[in-house]
Ligand binder design. Structure first.
Ligand code: NCD
Length: 310
């Protein structure tokens, strides 16, 4: 799948050019400022949400986005309540659901499942997270947040901390950021949860992005413009023992932020478990709940784009 224009699906963030991302950010910003102008853009349209894995923000923000555009929603929020439980393939499920809807948002534990879905769907498919691989609409949310907080992407030093191995939001955001000049990436994780080498080779090295890897968050804290915290992805571990050993590797506290820049922007795709202490929520640099809010508006902009609605 080379270009979104031929397929109208969004499976990987790199299907969008930086110009298209700028347009989506501009559209989302206009929606925030003039929501009434968009309230009927999707009248008569139906979004289907096919969630084979748990979700709060992604599924509900998609639904909220479509409802806010005047459209309607249907779907399922767990594989067990769909015919997947009877052994139906993703291809057949999507062939079916695309007869009932105009656009589909899908989350699946298997890497590549939304791509397979897009190949069999009659309508656009949006990847709402595929295993430990990608999560392009979280990245659009993250980019809108960074744009509103910083005004630009160029020359930012962005730290990623936590589970960089299984964290799909990390992989997609690094891909997106690698296209902006002067961006530096700081990778902070335990040895066992380092960024996969395919992302390092195919994204960071291929684009000559400057990056460092460390296990020590405090040593790099003063350098960061953005700190992207992540949850250790328990559901992707092969054994509980490893999860228990690694789950609290990094816990962001007000003390650890003492050496941070005064305009640091702290992001987290959420859900948070222990990795950010609730005491940090009061810090003006904590942007993760603003980030949640932006998720709805950027998805409104994306739904309109994929449905060719001006
Ligand atoms: C993330 C996900 O599902 O990958 N959540 C989200 O969509 N906002 C992050 C996570 O589950 O840790």
């Amino acid at each position: 799948m080379d270009s979104m224009n031929s397929t109208k699906s969004l499976i990987d963030i790199l299907q969008l050019t930086t110009e298209e991302i700028d347009e989506l950010i501009a559209k989302a910003t206009d929606i925030i400022e003039n929501p009434a102008a968009y309230a009927h853009k999707c009248d008569g349209k139906i979004l289907a949400t096919l969630f084979f894995e748990p979700s709060t923000r992604t599924r509900l923000s998609f639904e909220s986005a479509m409802l806010s555009l005047g459209g309607q929603v249907l779907g399922f929020s767990e594989a067990q309540s769909s015919s997947a439980a009877k052994g139906e393939s993703v291809a057949d499920t999507v062939r079916t659901v695309s007869c009932y809807s105009d656009i589909i948002a899908m989350r699946h534990p298997k890497e590549g499942a939304p791509l397979v879905a897009a190949m069999h769907s009659l309508v656009p498919v949006i990847n709402g997270g595929d295993g430990g691989h990608n999560h392009p609409t979280q990245t659009l949310t993250d980019l809108l947040t960074i744009h509103h907080e910083k005004g630009h992407f160029n020359d930012l030093t962005v730290g990623f901390c936590g589970d960089l191995k299984f964290g799909r939001t990390v992989h997609s955001l690094i891909s997106a950021l690698s296209r902006y000049p002067g961006v530096k990436i700081v990778l902070v994780s335990p040895e066992e949860l380092k960024l996969p080498s395919y992302v390092k080779k195919e994204v960071l090295q291929k684009n000559n992005v400057e990056y460092v890897q460390t296990t020590d968050l405090e040593s790099v804290m003063p350098d960061l413009d953005i700190l992207y915290m992540t949850r250790v992805q328990r559901e992707r571990f092969f054994n509980e023992e490893d999860y228990l050993r690694l789950k609290d590797s990094y816990i962001l506290t007000p003390e650890k932020l003492r050496t941070a820049k005064s305009d640091l922007c702290i992001l987290h795709p959420l859900p948070r478990v222990n990795e950010i202490s609730v005491a940090v929520d009061k810090d003006p640099r904590a942007c993760y709940f603003k980030q949640v809010r932006y998720g709805r508006y950027i998805r409104m902009a994306l739904i309109m784009k994929l449905l060719d609605i001006e």
